[in-house]
Design a protein around this ligand. Structure first.
Ligand SMILES: CCCCCCCCCCCCCCCC(=O)SCCNC(=O)CCNC(=O)[C@H](O)C(C)(C)COP(=O)(O)OP(=O)(O)OC[C@H]1O[C@@H](n2cnc3c(N)ncnc32)[C@H](O)[C@@H]1OP(=O)(O)O
Length: 204
C-alpha cells in the first residue's frame, strides 16, 4: 500500500510477545458497550466483531448497513476507515495497555456496497517505546475475497489518566458506566465501562 514511514516500524523493531492473558481463537467482544466501532449498545455503530487469532493478530467482520452510506448504496470512506481503526485497536487492546490512534493511513482499493461484509485482518508489526505499529487488510465478502481496503497505523500508549482527563461522561454514571458487561461474552479480552475499569484491566 501507499504509506508514509511514520507507520513503518524502524528496522529491527521487536514484535511484542502476546500478553499471557491474551485470548487466542475466541471472540473478543466489545471493549466498550457504546463504542461506535464495536459496541452492541450503539444504534448505528459498526457492530464489528473480532476474534483474536494468536494474541497479536485479529480477524474481524463488519457488514455495511444503510446507515453507513456515503454515495447512494456505497459505504462512506470515513466509515471504512473507522472499521479499520477499530480492528487495529483490537490488536493493541490485546496487549492490555491503553493506546490511542496517533496516525491512520488508508488505501481505498474497491468501492464497498451496502450489504457487503468486510473480512478484516490486523497485525502488530513492531513496538518501539510508546509507539505500536500496525497494519490491516479488508477483503470483500469472503476471507479470500478481493482486497477492498488496506490500512496502516501508529498507535501511541497513553496513561489511564488520558481517558479520565479527556473523556466526558464515562465515569459519572450517565449510563455509560452502567451499560455494563461489555466484552464479558465469549471469554474475550473483557470490556470496560469507565476509565477506572480500564485501570483495573491494565493493572489487575
Ligand atoms: C472510558 C474508558 C474507555 C477505554 C477505551 C480503551 C481504549 C481501547 C481502544 C480499543 C480500540 C479503539 C479503536 C479506536 C482507537 C481510537 O480511535 S483512539 C481515538 C483517536 N485518537 C485520539 O484521540 C488521540 C489524540 N491524540 C493524542 O491524545 C496525542 O496526540 C497522542 C497521540 C497521545 C500523542 O501525544 P503525547 O502523549 O504527548 O505523545 P508525544 O510525545 O507527542 O508522541 C509520542 C511519540 O509518538 C509519536 N507520534 C505522536 N503522534 C503521532 C502522529 N500523529 N504521527 C506520527 N507519530 C506520532 C511522536 O513523534 C513521539 O515519537 P518519539 O519522539 O517517541 O519517537
Amino acid at each position: 500500500m501507499n504509506r508514509s514511514n511514520l507507520t513503518v516500524p524502524p528496522e529491527g523493531a521487536p514484535v511484542p510477545a502476546p500478553h499471557p492473558d491474551a485470548p487466542v481463537g475466541v471472540p473478543l467482544g466489545p471493549h466498550y458497550a457504546r463504542c461506535f466501532g464495536c459496541g452492541p449498545d450503539h444504534p448505528t455503530g459498526l457492530h464489528l466483531e473480532a476474534v483474536s487469532e494468536d494474541g497479536l493478530g485479529v480477524s474481524a467482520t463488519f457488514t455495511v448497513g444503510d446507515v453507513h452510506q456515503g454515495a447512494p448504496g456505497l459505504a462512506h470512506g470515513g466509515v471504512l476507515a473507522t472499521a479499520m481503526d477499530e480492528a487495529l485497536g483490537m490488536v493493541v487492546w490485546l496487549l492490555r495497555k491503553p493506546y490511542v490512534t496517533g496516525r491512520l493511513e488508508t488505501d481505498y482499493v474497491l468501492p464497498v456496497p451496502v450489504g457487503a461484509t468486510l473480512y478484516i485482518r490486523t497485525r502488530c508489526t513492531g513496538v518501539v517505546g510508546r509507539k505500536a505499529y500496525l497494519e490491516a487488510e479488508a477483503r470483500m465478502d469472503a476471507v479470500d475475497g478481493p482486497v477492498a481496503v488496506r490500512a496502516a497505523a501508529l498507535f501511541v500508549e497513553v496513561p489511564v489518566a488520558h481517558f479520565e482527563r479527556h473523556g466526558a461522561g464515562t465515569s459519572g454514571g450517565d449510563g455509560a458506566a452502567t451499560s455494563g458487561g461489555a466484552g464479558t461474552s465469549g471469554g474475550g479480552a473483557g470490556g470496560v465501562a469507565s476509565a477506572a475499569d480500564l485501570g483495573r484491566r491494565v493493572n489487575p
